[in-house]
Design a protein around this ligand. Structure first.
Ligand code: NAD
Ligand code: ZN
Length: 354
């Protein structure tokens, strides 16, 4: 068992992250007296409920199940959940337990932040991505009006319980998706990078993943602690994401993690062109990315992606695109390119990558 305490700079809030096995059959059972005393509700999705129904029901807490999938990360789901919380009589002292992947975590966290102006949320992330990324840091959201994560809030979870036993039922596609964020963390952290390189043939091995989840949580937690509301440093977590998000909108067949890896790869080539970089390191990073990716790199619609990257307001100034790019082991830099250069260079890079 490993435990991390996150104290958030400038606030009195703190989160406790516990990495341990058997969260459903042990940790939550141990917590039941105080969970029941304040009144608690488990929020999960249809896939997780089907897989873990017996253990969930053995907790004898009320359960609200949303349909699985990003397309249900909506205001309808949010308000149905808030209604269930009201109908079950949740109070200020109650806890919402969000048991699922990033979608459940984001919707559950937002509902907890809104209900009675904020009640405590316990995150029990069940995907690799949710354990190493979305459950840590307190960002919550729903998609709205066709825009991803448009409505949201910062609401730090009281506890995060990360249990590697959930990976046993995860499809390979979801493991690969989580590995996208793990490789991003490795691009910010030299020891993790070396560990992934040394274990390149074990990246999909569940025991290896269980071993590296805590250090990934620690990497994210340290960044979040210093910049809880994303004013500066936390933007380094956008590594690979500006180009990655744009690719995600054009390539519906790819997962978020695969798009992040493609974004990281293209952005590493942009870095080589414009900044002082460590060539040998960026070569190793490319090897790592190619080990995880299952798609063809040359089939990507980078022209369409470049147009969409410009529309991403968070990353643009006038007609320029701002990127966080890898440069040296454990180091990133901010690169600003005109839209015209960005679009042209992505196409040129693709022809060299084919
Ligand atoms: N809040 C943040 O900081 C943050 C960061 C990154 C991503 N996100 C959000 O997270 C979401 C993506 O998260 P995700 O990749 O976990 O997606 P997800 O929640 O949709 O889960 C992926 C799929 O795996 C299933 N699943 C979950 N746990 C399972 C298990 N143990 N066994 C088998 N199947 C299981 C789900 O039902 C779903 O079908 C996106 O909405 C994204 O915006 C948020
Ligand atoms: Zn991401």
């Amino acid at each position: 068992m490993r435990t991390f305490h996150i104290n958030l700079k400038g606030t009195a809030k703190k989160s406790i992250i516990v990495c341990r096995k058997n969260v459903l059959s042990k940790q939550l059972k141990e917590d039941l007296p105080w969970l029941k005393a304040g009144g608690s509700l488990i929020f999960t999705d249809s896939n997780v409920f089907a897989l873990y129904q017996r253990k969930i029901e053995s907790l004898a807490l009320p359960v609200f199940v949303m349909p699985a999938g990003e397309e249900f990360k909506t205001e309808q789901t949010l308000f149905s959940l808030l209604k269930a919380m009201a109908e079950h009589g949740l109070r200020r002292s109650s806890k919402l337990i969000a048991l699922g992947g990033g979608v459940v975590g984001d919707v559950g966290g937002l509902a907890a932040s809104l209900y009675m102006r904020g009640i405590s949320c316990i995150q029990v992330p069940t995907t690799l991505l949710a354990q190493v990324d979305s459950s840590v840091g307190g960002k919550t959201a729903i998609d709205f009006n066709g825009v991803k994560n448009l409505i949201g809030a910062f609401h730090q979870p009281m506890y995060v319980y990360a249990d590697p036993a959930f990976f046993k039922t995860l499809p390979e596609r979801e493991i690969r998706c989580g590995l996208g964020e793990i490789v991003k963390h490795a691009a910010l952290n030299a020891p993790l990078f070396d560990k992934l390189m040394q274990n390149r043939d074990r990246l999909f091995d569940l025991e290896f993943l269980a071993e590296i989840v805590p250090e990934n949580i620690q990497i994210k937690a340290e960044i979040v602690q210093k910049d809880p509301l994303e004013y500066g440093l936390r933007r380094c977590l956008n590594l690979g994401h500006t180009t990655g998000h744009a690719i995600e909108l054009t390539q519906k067949n790819l997962s978020h993690g695969e798009c992040v890896l493609l974004g990281l790869l293209y952005e590493s080539y942009l870095a080589r062109r414009h900044l002082e970089t460590d060539e040998a390191y960026l070569g190793e990073l490319e090897t790592l990315i190619r080990t995880v990716l299952a798609c063809k790199i040359g089939d990507i619609d980078v022209e369409g992606a470049a147009r969409l990257a410009l529309l991403d307001k968070k990353n643009t100034k006038g007609d320029a695109v701002t990127l966080a790019v890898p440069v040296k082991k454990g180091e990133f830099a901010i690169l600003e390119l005109s839209y015209a250069d960005y679009a042209r260079e992505l196409s040129e890079i693709r022809s060299t990558l084919c």
